[in-house]
Ligand binder design. Structure first.
Ligand code: GLY
Length: 652
């Protein structure tokens, strides 16, 4: 089957783009995993760029442009539907009132008007007695998102957009910088162009940094004895919003929870919503509860959407809309259709390009570098207080402060392993999937041994001799990370090692496995010999890092491949992690001084006489090497140069 445009994702963004592309003449197919699970159904439908206090200028501009399109867009959609009774999206330019409990300073925002206690109570009677005033945002409003999505879906049907529900994307095969199809549970789909609009699920098939942020919600009904609606504008409080609909329901939202795709409403979540809602508008206490639900916002690390071109010519992104998917639907559809149909890129799109998450460290926002503290309290104040501008280590869009990764193998006992992991200050620990599966010594009880809510697991394919084996084990690794609560962990450290004596990785098998795993949406961190050409090829196929070895695994021989590692660092646009062979902290520091982005050290820590102490030393050495790299070493000279120069000294 060939279509002009294949859209992955059947929520509001996928459908809005689908309709717009169809109107511009494209044949459109929308693949949807589960229509009912889309965040679009769970939302409250606020159109609130002003009330949401969006700090990013480009985002605010995007949101305001979208809000300004809303009236015309919703009317157009209603006209497009052939179903006569679907004539209303509940669009309501009702304004938003943001009551406060403490006198607020005027921020100079021209879209907000301050109302004092009397004024706000006249405008909206019945507010909590501790409300001292509030802001009025007359340009904000709301839409009934559930009604809207119905209209949108029927408009899409009426236009001939093909919508297929229950389709799970398994992989997006790519060749030479182009998507060649979309592999799903029901077969392969091909198109000329592909659009990813899969919300919180986007990173299940592409290494995009989009993660679910759960929101719990509920609705009440205005009691029958009230003839008039008591609320006619949105109330936007602290951590709470109350959205009254014209159909007498009142939507209350929302929690914001970083719990992966954990389903269900919880008593704690609903209690906090009700408490805040009743404080803001006390008479809600007696209104009947109508419905409880939850949904998953697609959150990105900077809370901005990912819009526009991708790493492939024929693949476009429109995902990660976080709290503003409903609001941003019309502008997203317009800009994406312009991009796909006319190759016209609105200047605003540059702010939302996916590459902001894969930039190498020198181009990202500075942060302060410091030795990650070890729990024994022996932290050097002089080191921790030194201020050198640095950026976090970013791998596949995920940020890490520590540049040292460790492992769990070869320790004498589990306590030593735990203490060493803590002392190393690492945030990434690699785990051999095979050894966990076979309960190899030291790998029992791993789930409980480390705090996986703080440590990011890097499953590795150690023990795999072929690409096929490594691919299979990588998939198991993803399941393992899920079982530990890391639902969105798609990282894999790829090791394909056919030779048992030198434990050298197979470059061809590694490249083959990497290609397949990238297609399946893994963030692939391949372990390789320090071969600059191979490193380049792996980067080209979409690996998240390269991990060249310093010397054979477990040999502790130190940096034997410096010249090649230097070339790899010079040419890489992805992080370079020096892995294997480092035996002492001086070597760790040296690798970091060369400009490596991070290190992976296991044996040198686990086999030290005092493993936790060595872990701490490696922690300090990694930080020291990084600081030295950023500080820039002095040039080497052939001859001595006095420490107390004579130039400029007072003589005579
Ligand atoms: N837009 C409101 C929310 O995401 O809760």
């Amino acid at each position: 089957m060939t279509n002009d445009v294949l859209i992955i994702g059947g929520g509001i963004i996928g459908l809005a783009c689908g309709v717009e592309l169809r109107l511009r003449g494209a044949n459109v197919t929308v693949l949807c995993r589960d229509f009912t699970a889309a965040a679009s159904h769970a939302a409250a439908g606020m159109l609130a760029p002003d009330a949401e206090n969006i700090p990013n200028e480009a985002m605010l501009a995007l949101c305001r442009r979208s809000r300004n399109l809303y009236l015309d867009w919703t009317q157009k959609l209603v006209q497009l539907t052939t179903e006569k009774d679907l004539n209303n999206t509940g669009y309501w330019s009702c304004g938003i009132l943001a009551p406060v409990y403490q006198q607020a300073e005027d921020t100079g925002d021209k879209t907000a008007y301050w109302l004092d206690k009397d004024a706000i109570n006249q405008y909206q009677p019945g507010l909590g007695t501790d409300v001292v005033g509030g802001w009025w945002y007359p340009e904000d409003g709301q839409v009934d998102n559930r009604a809207l999505i119905k209209v949108l879906r029927t408009a899409a049907d009426s236009l001939g957009v093909v919508f297929q529900d229950g389709i799970t994307v398994e992989a997006i095969p790519q060749q030479q910088g182009k998507v060649i199809g979309v592999q799903t549970n029901t077969g392969l789909f091909r198109a000329d162009h592909y659009l990813v609009a899969a919300g919180a699920w986007a990173n299940q098939f592409l290494p995009l940094p989009v993660r679910p942020r759960k929101g719990q919600m509920l609705s009440l009904r205005v009691p029958d004895f009230l003839t008039e609606l008591p609320l006619t504008r949105v109330l936007f409080g602290e951590n709470i919003y109350i959205v009254p609909r014209r159909d007498r329901s009142i939507i209350i939202g929302a929690t914001s929870e970083d719990v992966g795709f954990a389903a269900d409403n919880t008593p704690g979540g609903i209690q906090s919503l009700l408490q805040s809602a009743i404080r803001l508008y006390p008479q809600l206490e007696n209104y009947p509860i109508q419905e409880l639900w939850w949904g998953f916002r697609p959150a990105t690390p900077d809370e901005l959407p990912i819009l526009g071109h991708s790493h492939c010519d024929n693949l476009t992104f429109a995902t990660g809309h976080y709290r503003n998917g409903i609001l941003l639907a019309p502008i997203t559809a317009t800009l994406i259709a312009d991009l796909i149909c006319k190759q016209k890129a609105d200047p605003l799109l540059a702010n939302f390009h996916y590459s902001r998450f894969s930039a190498v460290s020198s181009t990202t926002t500075p942060m302060l570098i410091h030795a990650t503290p070890a729990t024994n309290g022996n932290r050097h104040p002089e080191i921790s207080d030194l201020i050198v501008p640095d950026s976090p280590l970013i791998i596949a869009g995920k940020s890490f402060k520590s540049r040292l990764m460790t492992g769990t193998g070869k320790y004498r006992n589990i306590q030593e392993m735990q203490q060493s992991v803590t002392a190393s200050g690492c945030q990434i620990v690699t785990v051999a999937v095979r050894r966990v599966q076979t309960n190899a010594p030291g790998h029992e009880g791993l789930a409980e041994a480390l705090d996986w809510s703080k440590i990011w697991m890097l499953p590795n394919t150690a023990g795999c001799q072929t690409a096929e084996e490594a691919i299979r084990v990588a998939r198991l690794g993803r399941e393992m990370a899920k079982l530990l609560g890391q639902e969105d962990n798609n990282f894999v450290k790829l090791e394909v090692i056919p030779d048992a004596k030198y434990l050298l990785p197979d470059p061809i098998g590694t490249l083959q496995a990497a290609e397949q795993l990238v297609r399946e949406g893994f963030a692939v961190l391949p372990y390789i010999n320090a071969d600059p050409m191979l490193a380049k090829r792996l980067e080209e196929v979409g690996c998240a890092t390269v991990m060249p070895l310093a010397a054979p695994i477990g040999s502790g021989q130190g940096l034997k491949t410096t010249a090649n590692i230097q070339i790899i660092i010079e040419n890489a646009h992805i992080p370079v992690v020096v892995d294997a062979g480092i035996g002492a902290p001086s070597e760790a520091a040296e690798a970091m001084e060369l400009g490596a982005d991070a290190l992976l050290i296991n044996s040198a820590i686990a086999l030290a006489e005092n493993a936790p102490a060595m872990a701490y030393a490696m922690n300090l050495a990694t930080v020291a090497g990084r600081m030295a790299y950023l500080a820039g070493r002095m040039p080497m000279k052939n001859y001595a140069s006095a420490s107390s120069p004579l130039t400029g000294t007072i003589t005579g």
